[in-house]
Design a protein around this ligand. Structure first.
Ligand code: 4AD
Ligand code: MG
Length: 465
């Protein structure tokens, strides 16, 4: 494949032998310029790698005047000879023959002048932060993980199934949906009882942004066998934490004929595959992030790949927490929805490994999960990770029509006939799970805040760009 009228810096650096002694074209953004009155050195970055390419400007060929526009942030096109570098810090460099400046970034107002801005500051200028080494590394890793996910499922014979973003159903039943309406919010039409009359709204009923594609995914799986979704999901929960976004991407595989154990096997294989893929394909970026933010990152990633995840029923987990002798902020008892501190105790302090917690009390889980014989717990599985807490949530689904209908009625859910049809006609045991994409990116990059692993984060009171 040919790069269009430029050679990528990554290609020049990784295949230097092929290009040394040849005239090449590079285009990119200037990271820095230094030098003396004989020679000037420019570090050029084109986004293809965290490494910059050194360009040498001989001042007998270029005037000071010509180079004046070449400041941090400016965009340039350079033609020149790729040669071995005598200097420290790089193997090759370009001896410039011609220079074209596309756009200047002169003056003090370019916000990315000096190195080492805080991540908090960069969040305020999220429209420019992809130009920093840190964010470019995170975004390249994010891309590689997205590709790995499609590859993993495609190679296994799963079909990429597109579920709607606008929906009239509430999958998780948590009441955390963003409403979609074209009614005049100041003066909505009302029915006789004075309630908002959604029959006059765009879809003729109340609609929302999806919190999960699972229910529709089940329709796919009970026809195609194995499917996965990979798309944005939206949650209007007021969670201001380093692990929650209002708009995040989720991967939801759904498999006919899978029982809970098969589901766990798949989840473990899948996560390990993605991490391994990133380690193999994003070496420079992971090294960069490790060096600047998190020295233990590569070791932590390898540790997850090399070790079996612990599989533990919720009831056992509660016993361990109760017997830990540790003072938690939130009390522990059977029936409680575990808080992040509990999950992290099990993973980071007790087992020191990822844990798959299973068989949760039915009251704290969604309506569609398969009831166990004890009548109290459901075949849920949450995968808990060091530093992250819950990275995957999933379950075996209730495939029995009567039991599912009873649960739907118990919870007073309406408009579920289309969903119940999967159990009326040719029902099968089936399972699935949801992986929060940003939580995976968070783990693989070693970043601390989920707002730093998506280009344009959405969270309460923030909707820039
Ligand atoms: O556990 P959750 O709510 O499960 C579901 O939505 C199921 N329908 C999935 C399924 O079985 N197909 O969400 C799944 C995952 C969580 O484990 C977490 O990684 C991520 O989605 N997640 C979030 N990520 C970022 N911000 C939020 N607000 C998130 N809420 C959930
Ligand atoms: Mg969950």
């Amino acid at each position: 494949m040919k790069d269009i009228r430029r050679t990528l810096v990554s290609r020049l650096l990784n295949n230097a032998d092929e290009y040394i002694g040849r005239e090449v074209d590079v285009k990119g953004w200037v990271r820095s310029r230094r030098g003396n009155k004989y020679v000037q050195f420019v570090a050029l970055n084109d986004g293809s790698t965290v490494k910059s390419l050194q360009i040498v400007f001989d001042l007998t060929k270029f005037s000071d005047e010509e180079l004046k526009a070449v400041t941090t942030g400016s965009s340039i096109h350079v033609q020149g000879l790729l040669v071995e570098s005598a200097g420290k810090g790089q193997n090759v460099e370009i001896q410039a023959d011609s220079l074209e400046v596309y756009g200047t970034a002169s003056g003090e107002d370019y916000p990315l002048q000096k190195k080492g801005h805080s991540l908090e500051f960069l969040r305020e200028i999220a429209h420019l932060r992809p130009r920093t080494n840190t964010f470019a590394s995170v975004l390249r890793i994010r891309h590689a993980l997205a590709y790995a996910i499609h590859k993993f499922f495609n190679d296994k014979g799963f079909y990429y199934f597109h579920t709607p973003l606008i929906t009239a159903s509430d999958c998780e039943g948590a009441g955390a949906q963003f409403q979609v309406t074209c009614l005049d919010v100041n003066e909505p039409p009302r029915d006789e009882e004075g309630k908002v009359d959604y029959s006059q709204d765009f879809f003729g009923k109340m609609a929302s942004l999806t919190v999960s594609g699972q229910l529709e995914g089940e329709l796919g799986a009970t026809a195609l066998g194995c499917i996965y979704t990979f798309g944005p999901t939206f949650r209007a929960e007021n969670s201001n934490t380093p692990r929650h976004l209002s708009e995040f991407w989720m991967i939801e595989p759904e498999m006919a004929f899978y029982e809970i154990a098969d589901n766990m096997d798949l989840a473990e294989e899948f996560i390990k595959y993605c991490i391994k893929y990133a380690l193999e394909h994003c070496k420079d970026d992971i090294e960069f992030l490790a060096e600047h933010f998190d020295k233990e990152l590569p070791e932590r990633l390898r540790f997850v790949i090399d070790n079996d995840f612990v599989r533990l029923p919720y009831t056992e987990g509660i016993k361990i927490l109760e017997q830990s002798g540790k003072k938690f902020e939130f009390p522990v008892y059977w029936g409680v929805d575990l808080a992040s501190e509990h999950e992290r105790y099990l993973v980071e302090e007790h087992f020191k490994k990822p844990v798959i917690l299973t068989d949760y009390p039915k009251e704290i889980k969604a309506f569609y999960m398969k009831l166990n014989d004890d009548g109290k717990t459901v075949r849920a599985m949450d995968v808990l990770f060091p530093k992250i807490g819950e990275i995957i949530g999933g379950s075996q689904r209730e495939e029995n029509y009567d039991k599912l209908l009873a649960r739907i009625n118990e919870l007073g859910l309406e408009g579920m006939d289309w969903y119940l049809d999967t159990r009326r006609f040719g029902t099968v045991p089936h399972s699935g799970f949801g992986l929060g994409f940003e939580r995976l990116v968070l783990f693989v990059t070693g970043m601390q805040n989920i707002r730093d692993v998506i280009p344009f984060p959405r969270y309460p009171k923030n909707c820039e760009y």
